[in-house]
Design a protein around this ligand. Structure first.
Ligand SMILES: Cc1cc2nc3c(=O)[nH]c(=O)nc-3n(C[C@H](O)[C@H](O)[C@H](O)COP(=O)(O)OP(=O)(O)OC[C@H]3O[C@@H](n4cnc5c(N)ncnc54)[C@H](O)[C@@H]3O)c2cc1C
Length: 350
């Protein structure tokens, strides 16, 4: 689709990923979802296209793009397969740009003879247990600050390293073809140089990565919301009931019109947040708004799209049923809806 906000280069990238999603990802999505298998062949294709290097400078082997083009790619993948889209998002956002693990449990690291010794565990870590996972980065408590607060730092851990274990994968409601594990660290030793960035800056870096990540998840959710529109328009034109296409009924047409409005609002919100971020302006509120609006758009559209598909919407072969299961996490991951509301309220001075 033509978007006047995008440059020719951005439009080209968007179209290339859209074709890849349609021709390479979509044909194997159902099978990987059903079998709960990681789509190595698809990920290899994405790597060959340079998608995992999209936002990184060319001198480091990247494509020299920026965070916004990464979001465009994530949105296109999210239209047809959220598992594949989150694999890219986690690889580039949470992954290669310091990987930060959500600290549901306490993880500590202490310096001993020039090595960090890490102990603890982490929950819900994406891309952490595949055959091609080569490193993970832990955000761990590394000491105490003079004011008594915890000192938190980020440390790279190559995979495999003795003492590091990716525990058996979670049995999830959706995102079946995405890799998610609990991790445990038992006296994991890595060289002191594996510390990422300044010691004690781990928490500040983590918050910055989360703000950025919200924009990328909003892009994914926008893709999911749009994918639900795509499928619903197609189905409403094809499916005849009581002698005419179901889309000829205003009740169905209005439902789809509202879905399109939600998808467009979600896109506008994440484009705005990304523009502010790339311009070096404060973007915390905009990122939270984008994540909130897009996550809800995905879930609402998935519910409506499933309804429009009638009984077929309850069948796993149908993309809308997958969006229905997959979209729930978009209201939870990278900060829940409630957390986004808290952030927005705080930015408003409340
Ligand atoms: C499939 C999957 C993949 C994930 N991948 C990653 C990953 O790669 N990296 C990563 O860092 N994290 C990852 N996560 C973690 C995810 O970001 C968290 O699950 C999410 O942020 C919610 O945190 P929580 O599970 O601890 O929920 P909790 O914080 O326990 O929240 C539970 C409920 O309480 C509400 N709540 C909590 N506090 C408040 C409050 N103060 N006021 C009002 N309501 C409140 C929440 O909104 C929510 O409804 C992943 C999770 C899943 C399920």
């Amino acid at each position: 689709m033509l978007d006047t906000r995008l440059s020719d280069e951005q439009l080209h990238l968007k179209k290339t990923v859209e074709e890849f999603a349609r021709e390479v990802v979509a044909p194997v999505s159902y099978q990987h979802d059903r079998d709960k298998t990681f789509p190595y062949e698809v990920v290899r294709g994405m790597a060959d296209m340079g998608l995992f290097g999209l936002p990184f400078p060319e001198e480091y082997g990247g494509m020299g793009g920026d965070y916004f083009v990464l979001c465009l790619a994530i949105e296109e993948l999210g239209r047809v397969d959220q598992s594949v889209a989150i694999t890219l998002e986690a690889g580039c956002s949470l992954g290669a740009m310091p990987i930060h693990w959500f600290g549901t449990t306490k993880t500590t690291a202490r310096l001993e003879d020039g090595q960090w010794v890490i102990n603890g565990s982490k929950a819900f870590i994406t891309n952490s247990g595949t055959d091609i996972t080569r490193l993970v980065t832990v955000t761990a408590v590394t000491g105490q600050l003079p004011d008594g607060k915890k000192e938190i730092s980020s440390i790279l851990v190559p995979v495999p390293t003795p003492g590091f274990t990716a525990e058996p994968a979670y049995d999830k409601v959706g995102w079946h073809a995405s890799d998610t594990h609990p991790l445990s660290f038992d006296d994991v030793r890595v060289p002191e140089e594996n510390q990422l960035g300044e010691r004690g800056r781990g928490y500040a870096n983590f918050l910055r990565i989360l703000d950025e990540g919200r924009i990328a998840i909003a892009a994914l959710a926008t893709g999911a919301a749009q994918g639900c529109v795509d499928e619903s328009v197609r189905y409403a034109r094809e499916r005849e009931a009581f002698g005419r296409p179901i889309g000829a009924n205003q009740a169905i047409a209005f439902k789809i019109a509202r879905m399109e409005a939600r998808a467009m609002a979600a896109r506008a919100a994440y484009y705005d947040a990304a523009a502010k971020m790339l311009a070096g302006l404060p973007f915390k509120k905009e990122a939270a708004v984008a994540k909130l609006v897009a996550g809800e758009a995905a879930m609402d559209n998935a519910r409506d799209a499933t309804q429009i598909h009638g009984g077929y919407g309850f069948m796993n072969e149908y993309l809308v049923s997958r969006h229905y299961r997959d979209s729930k996490i978009l209201e939870v991951g990278e900060g829940t809806t409630e957390v986004q509301l808290m952030l927005i309220a705080r930015e408003l001075g409340l």
